[in-house]
Write a protein that binds this ligand. Structure first.
Ligand SMILES: [Zn+2]
Ligand SMILES: [Zn+2]
Length: 296
């Protein structure tokens, strides 16, 4: 099963240098999860060949425009396109009013099952689960109530160790028995290779918040906002955003294998200096831009 991340927007409030405001998609076999929906998100989905109909759930981190101004347009497209599947949206208090007001004032109507759930932003909690993933929301430190999201894949069946199966010339029946956990008179476990469930955390927008580290332990890949480089630390603190060094400290603390940086200020044409600063603390860091894809 794929577990594929595509970045749709990687800038902060003002789109610049080909970078749109926040939006990401995490895709599995038959489902996709949209994380934030800044202006231009649905166009980016078309551009990067992501089927909009595949989106089951949308997770909104907070109500700043660069994270939600794409929502009314996307919902309207679903109405016009004859969506039949239910759509769930999770986000902070005020999300229902925002969606209903924009749709009502623009004479739009929803003709499919739209379920909006407002989540508490004070404590970390599991907010969603299905046959693929479990999602936990974690409070962040921003000017308005904001949550980060942690996606954890459900445990997967181990895969077969093909070379050992060939070596011992197992029959099809025996292979099926092994997969079903049945006894074949040999050490069945030996023919199975365990698969580590994949995990991804989306942390945007926030000032440096080491209190989230315990929630991020064991995460494979961390996306963390890095609006500014280290020389703009004062500005970052005033505006409740992070520097790339803050992001690296969080990555170092949680022990993830890879750090992705985004939500860049429009002052940066090249974001490479932010990666250079972060790498002094966490070497496996990458600045990600619109169109970035990672198979976890
Ligand atoms: Zn933002
Ligand atoms: Zn914000």
């Amino acid at each position: 099963m794929p577990f594929k991340l595509t970045v749709l927007g990687s800038n902060s409030a003002i789109p610049a240098f080909g970078r749109n405001p926040s939006g990401q998609v995490l895709e599995t076999d038959n489902s996709a999860y949209l994380i934030d929906c800044g202006e231009g998100t649905q166009m980016r989905m078309d551009e990067f060949k992501i089927k909009k109909s595949k989106i089951l759930v949308i997770f909104i981190s907070h109500l700043h425009g660069d994270h939600i101004f794409g929502l009314p347009g996307l919902i309207t497209s679903y109405c016009l396109g004859g969506r039949s599947k239910k759509l769930q949206i999770f986000g902070p208090h005020g999300l229902k009013e925002f969606i209903h007001t924009t749709l009502n004032l623009s004479y739009s109507y929803v003709n499919f099952d739209l379920e909006i759930t407002e989540i508490g932003t004070e404590i970390a909690a599991e907010i969603y689960s299905d046959h693929n993933v479990m999602v936990e929301a974690v409070p962040l430190k921003h000017r308005v109530p904001t949550m980060g999201f942690i996606f954890k894949e459900n445990p997967r069946r181990p895969k077969l160790n093909k070379s050992l199966i060939e070596k011992y010339n197992l029959s099809k029946e025996q292979i099926v028995q092994i997969l079903n956990g049945e006894d074949i008179g040999m050490d069945e476990e030996w023919f199975l290779a365990p698969r580590i469930p994949r995990s991804y955390a989306y942390i945007s927008d926030t000032s440096y918040a080491p209190e989230i580290i315990p929630h991020l332990k064991g995460i494979q890949v961390l996306y963390h906002e890095a609006t500014y480089d280290e020389d703009k630390r004062t500005l970052a603190e005033e505006r409740y955003h992070s520097t790339s060094v803050d992001a690296a400290r969080i990555a170092q603390g949680c022990g993830c294998s890879k750090l992705l940086l985004g939500h860049f200020s429009s002052r940066y044409h090249s974001t490479e200096p932010l990666a250079v600063s972060a790498k002094t603390i966490f070497p496996n860091t990458e600045c990600v831009h619109d169109g970035f894809v990672l198979e976890l």
